[in-house]
Design a protein. Structure first.
Length: 223
């Protein structure tokens, strides 16, 4: 019997990608208002007013608040609602302690394993910091990019995720370390020393210098 040709089976059409949920956009907007101090640490979050300002129902707003609570930016209080998290001196100390542990470990890894292109990436960000030392807001942004690039190059995504959340919480501190007179210049000098350790592939020095970098930051932030 002759074989019967059968038409090829059509591959199923790919499912369309889901659109970004509204609560994620709301969380972004709230996060930026908190960082800009439009919503001050310790202040009560008026859900009804914000929902009206945003032109949304309270459901996506509440979902957004849950996201920010997980990040540590918002504190939910039973029967009292949501508040912007306020950092105590002990909170600041604990955050710096964790950052020092995670980023000093990453610095040692980068000194040991980074290739030429990865070190060049950190060098380019450092050179940008050198140019921005008198421009505080720009320095803040580039400094964060340098630190997050370090974590990415180190290759531990769990450390990178934890550090990203801790750095969000750091922005709640009313006495951010880089606000202190002279701290930008000190921070930049510490970065220079760390970069030199990377280029020398000296993991012990990179680890030690990164710990010292955070000790200096904590002294400025808690002082």
């Amino acid at each position: 019997m002759a074989a019967v040709d059968t038409p090829p089976t059509e591959a199923p059409s790919p499912r369309p990608l889901a659109r970004r949920a509204l609560y994620e956009d709301v969380a972004d907007r709230l996060r930026q208002q908190i960082f800009a101090r439009e919503l001050e640490p310790g202040s009560w979050i008026d859900e009804q007013r914000l929902a009206a300002d945003y032109g949304i129902s309270r459901t996506p707003l509440r979902e957004a608040l849950k996201v920010l609570a997980v990040e540590g930016l918002v504190t939910m209080k039973l029967r009292r609602g949501a508040y912007v998290t306020e950092m105590s001196r002990n909170d600041v100390t604990q955050v710096y302690h964790l950052l020092a542990l995670l980023e000093s470990d990453a610095a040692g890894s980068v000194a040991r394993h980074a290739d030429d292109a990865q070190r060049a990436r950190l060098r380019a960000l450092h050179d940008q910091l050198e140019r921005e030392v008198r421009q505080r807001d720009a320095f803040f942004a580039t400094n964060e990019r340098w630190h997050m690039a370090l974590l990415e190059i180190a290759g531990n995504r769990w450390s990178a995720q934890i550090v990203a959340d801790l750095r969000k919480v750091m922005k709640l501190n009313r006495h951010h370390s880089l606000f202190k007179q002279g701290r930008l210049a000190d921070s930049l000098a510490e970065h220079r020393a760390i970069m030199a350790a990377f280029e020398a592939r000296d993991a012990d020095a990179a680890t030690r210098l990164m710990r010292a970098h955070f000790a200096g930051g904590l002294e400025a932030a808690a002082g």
